[in-house]
Structure formats: C-alpha cells, structure tokens
Write a protein that binds this ligand. Structure first.
Ligand code: 2RA
Length: 352
C-alpha cells in the first residue's frame, strides 16, 4: 500500500494511548489525509486537536472504516475482536495495540527494530499486532545478543510504572500520594492494594499456573518475536509507584561465551538501544530519563557472579561488578537492566 496520503482511523481516540497515537502521527509526519477519531458513545462528540485542526470524535460503528487505509486500535481486546475484521473488510490495514490477535499464528507480532521482516505477513489477515510494552523494550535488547551469542535462557523481573495501567491508574497514584500526605483516605480502584509508596507483584490476572497474564505475555510474545518457540524464559512482573517508564532487570544466559564488555559493545551499536552504562559517573538507565524517548536504555551490564573466577570480584555492589567487567572477565552470562523505550503503547509517558 503506497499512497500519497493515508486516511487513518484511531479507535480509542480519547484514551491515553489514543492521545499518544495522535501525537506520534504528527511527529512522524506520516502524510495523513483524513484522521478519523473513534470512541464509545460516552466519549464521542468532543473535539481533539490534530495538525492545527480540531477533529470531532465520532461514535465507533460498523460504517466507521469506509475509506480508511490504516486503523490504529487501542480500545480493548473486545473492541478489536469485533471491529478489526470490519476495518479489514472495508479495506484498511489494522495495527492492533491490544493482546487480542498477538498470539494468532498468522498475525505478525512486530517490533520494527527486531523483526521488521515479519511485517509483510499482515497480508494474511490485514492485521499487525503490537506487543505488550514490557515485552517490546526487552526484545529490542535481547535480539542483538541473540544474534551474536544465541540466548539459552532469560530471567526477567519488571518494575512497571502505573502508566501501563492507563490514565486512571496514574490519577490513582496521584490521589493516594496526596491523600497520605494530608491524612485522608486513599481511593483504590485500578489496583487491588495501595500503590503509593508500595510495590505490587500483580499485573493483570493470575492464571492457574501461578503466573500472571502479564508474565505469560512476556514469555509467549518474546518467543514469537524472536522466532524461538521453546526459549526458556521466566518473568516476574511488579507494579511500582512510578508514573512513567517501565524498568526491567534481565538476566541472560547465552550459548556462545560473551563477556559483559562484548555485550555492551553489541548493544551500543544496536538499533533502538541507548547504552547508559558508566556507573562510576552515576550513569545508568533511570525511568525519568526514558520519558518521551523512543529508545530502550540499557545499563548495569555485568558478568555473572558465582563462578570461581567471578568470586574475585567481591561484593554485589555496582562498582565492584563494574570493575569486574572492565577486567574482561570471561562470562557466559550478563545482566543488563533494561529501561523503557517509548513505544506507541507507552507514549502516554510523554504526558508525565
Ligand atoms: C501494564 N504492560 O503495564 C501492561 C499494559 N500493557 O499494565
């Protein structure tokens, strides 16, 4: 599909992600002909800015996609399930931000820096799926390591901001902080427990296997994107009282020996990655630095501690580990802590 201008529909236009979709469309200077903003009856009728104009939000219905070339969906799985096929039948290509189609074998699950080659598979169903935000930022860093040294195993723990749970969740954190400082009652709606000054190891529903859906998304989606259906991965996902930007600690074991220094060099040259890894100057990835950025920030890359050779490195503090890395200790493992890239899913961080 190559056109001079594209008619674009945003489904879920009044949500936090929909808002960021509009911003990204402006920033990237995609030649947009008509921009059709679609939402539920409750949110329709309001006017939203785009490219110097005010566009009225329309009610999403079965005729919404006539003349549309690209449909950007972020209004929940059930909306995508019903309306994505309608949009495709009307001639649009759908980019779906929900989890509904992600694991369908004939729907490509694409992170451009990682598997842009798969995008042509949109022709199967007319749909491209966008992965979960915590998966995206991780695979951007995993892919070059996998290409260089073949990943054998991944252990990831996340520190996810409330932005991942949407605008109301961000408001909930604000309300709770203010309430606690003022001796008032906190309100709990989006999270099962107080999130202010707390960490909650529970994102999305718990499944029968004891993992949460968020954790299983990270596992299944990573395997699909890397094209490694049996890759051993385990994930623990935790909500933290940070407004914007997810953080992750990722421990990777590779088949081919790879020192932390080599891994850093690979990551330094990888698309979509910014290496922030000079601990002696207090340079490492931090959530506040990733806000509004498109890259995955990677830092704190260390070799494995626990082998005989590693024991000489001393304690687990960063400076000691850093020194070990500088000595070029020969390790198969390293441990980059990954910080969030700014994906469409996470663009709402720009509002922070
Ligand atoms: C979260 N990753 O942070 C989810 C949203 N997609 O809740």
């Amino acid at each position: 599909m190559k056109k001079e201008k594209y008619n674009v529909a945003v489904v879920g236009a009044t949500g936090a992600v929909g808002e960021q979709m509009r911003e990204v469309l402006e920033e990237r200077e995609l030649p947009v002909g008509e921009l059709r903003l679609l939402a539920s009856e409750r949110s329709a009728g309001q006017f939203l800015p785009f490219d110097g104009r005010q566009i009225r939000v329309e009610v999403l219905n079965e005729e919404s996609f006539d003349g549309i070339d690209i449909g950007l969906f972020s209004a929940g799985g059930s909306v995508s399930a019903k309306f994505a096929p309608i949009a495709v039948a009307a001639g649009a290509v759908v980019v779906d931000n929900t989890s509904f189609f992600r694991m369908e074998p004939d729907v490509p699950l694409v992170v451009p820096e990682v598997n842009a080659k798969d995008i042509g598979q949109y022709r199967n169903r007319g749909i491209v799926a966008n992965p979960n935000c915590s998966t995206i930022q991780m695979v951007v860093a995993l892919k070059p390591i996998h290409d260089a040294a073949r990943i054998k195993r991944v252990v990831v723990s996340t520190y996810q901001s409330v932005s991942g749970a949407g605008r109301q969740a961000m408001e909930e954190l604000s309300q709770q902080v203010a309430a606690l400082f003022n001796g008032k009652e906190i309100e709990k709606e989006k999270f099962p427990h107080q999130i202010a000054f707390n960490c909650i190891p529970h994102i999305d529903a718990f499944l029968e296997n004891g993992y949460t859906k968020e954790e299983m998304k990270m596992i299944h989606e990573t395997r699909k994107i890397l094209g490694e259906p049996n890759l051993p991965i385990t994930a623990t996902t935790v909500r933290v009282p940070v407004f914007c930007s997810h953080s992750e600690s990722v421990n990777v074991e590779t088949v081919v020996k790879l020192s932390a220094a080599e891994a850093k060099q690979i990551l330094r040259e990888s698309p979509g990655v910014i290496l922030a890894d000079v601990p002696e100057e207090n340079i490492y990835p931090m959530a506040i630095d990733a806000v509004g950025k498109d890259a995955t920030y990677v830092g704190n890359s260390r070799g494995r501690i626990g082998s005989k050779r590693a024991q000489s490195l001393g304690g687990l503090g960063q400076p000691a580990e850093r020194r070990g890395v500088e000595r070029g200790a020969d390790r198969r493992d390293f441990d980059p802590r990954l910080y969030l890239r700014d994906t469409p899913t996470e663009r709402l961080r720009r509002t922070c």
